[in-house]
Design a protein around this ligand. Structure first.
Ligand code: IPE
Ligand code: IPE
Ligand code: MG
Length: 235
């Protein structure tokens, strides 16, 4: 099996999964968060080098106060616990997104986790929190415009990799495979620039039920894809 170097996942369907069990949405988030731990182990075992997950979007603040508060509580617990998981899997954790919107204690936990795990290289694990691709581009372009205005960057020097360097994902290779669970077939503002040549895999399985067998199925499907990057298939 040819394992993709970088897998990105839109973790969707926690709410519907819980509702189908007659449980509150928050229960789905708890189970979804637990599944994130397991999937990191699976990725490492399979030899995936980069994993990026979409856990909270810039649009997710629109949810009820109760749901948002529940998610913040879960992030607090998870970020703390993630230090142990990072140590176990030798994984470097990076948060992408605009973390300035979070409470100070959450921001602090992010700093601690990133600092603790910064020298690990087995698995590079990016968690998108308060992430929106358009917001990422706006933030990046503001910094780029400032560098140009202050004479550090000449407009004629701007190339594709210059733009990449201003994104939250600077230095991280583009995903090879994008998985979205729970049936929806849209990007919901995830990695618009980075997914330009990524293969997409959609499954009806909701995130809390997406286990290793499902992951292997996604990778096997990916193995049958014919990636061309605009060229012609070699016979
Ligand atoms: C994904 O599950 C987790 C977050 C977006 C935080 P959802 O909460 O979107 O679950 P559904 O899509 O409503 O079932
Ligand atoms: C996308 O899921 C964001 C995350 C998984 C964090 P949503 O459930 O928020 O997306 P929509 O609203 O169905 O497009
Ligand atoms: Mg959803």
């Amino acid at each position: 099996m040819n394992v993709p170097n970088h897998i990105a996942i839109i973790l969707d369907g926690n709410g519907r999964w819980a509702k189908a069990k007659g449980m509150p949405r928050s229960y789905g988030h708890v189970k979804g968060c637990a599944n994130l731990e397991t999937i990191c182990d699976d990725m490492k075992e399979l030899g995936v080098k980069y994993l990026t997950v979409y856990a909270f979007s810039t649009e997710n603040w629109k949810r009820s106060r109760e749901e948002v508060e529940g998610l913040m509580k879960l992030f607090r617990n998870y970020l703390k616990k993630c230090i142990k998981i990072a140590e176990k899997n030798k994984m470097k954790v990076k948060i992408i997104g605009d973390i300035s919107a979070f409470d100070a204690d959450i921001r602090q936990k992010i700093v601690e986790l990133e600092e603790f795990s910064k020298d690990y290289t087995e698995l590079h694990f990016q968690i998108a929190l308060n992430y929106g691709s358009r917001d990422e581009i706006v933030r990046g372009m503001r910094r780029m415009a400032l560098d140009a205005a202050e004479g550090r960057l000449r407009p004629e020097e701007i190339e594709e990799n210059t733009i990449e360097n201003y994104l939250d994902t600077a230095g991280i290779p583009d995903p090879d495979l994008l998985i979205r669970t729970s049936g929806e077939q849209r990007l919901s503002n995830f990695l618009l620039w980075q997914l330009a040549y990524t293969e997409f895999y959609f499954t009806d399985v909701p995130w809390p039920d997406f286990h290793k067998e499902e992951l292997v199925k996604a990778i096997e499907t990916y193995n049958h894809r014919d990636r061309r990057y605009g060229g012609v298939k070699e016979e």
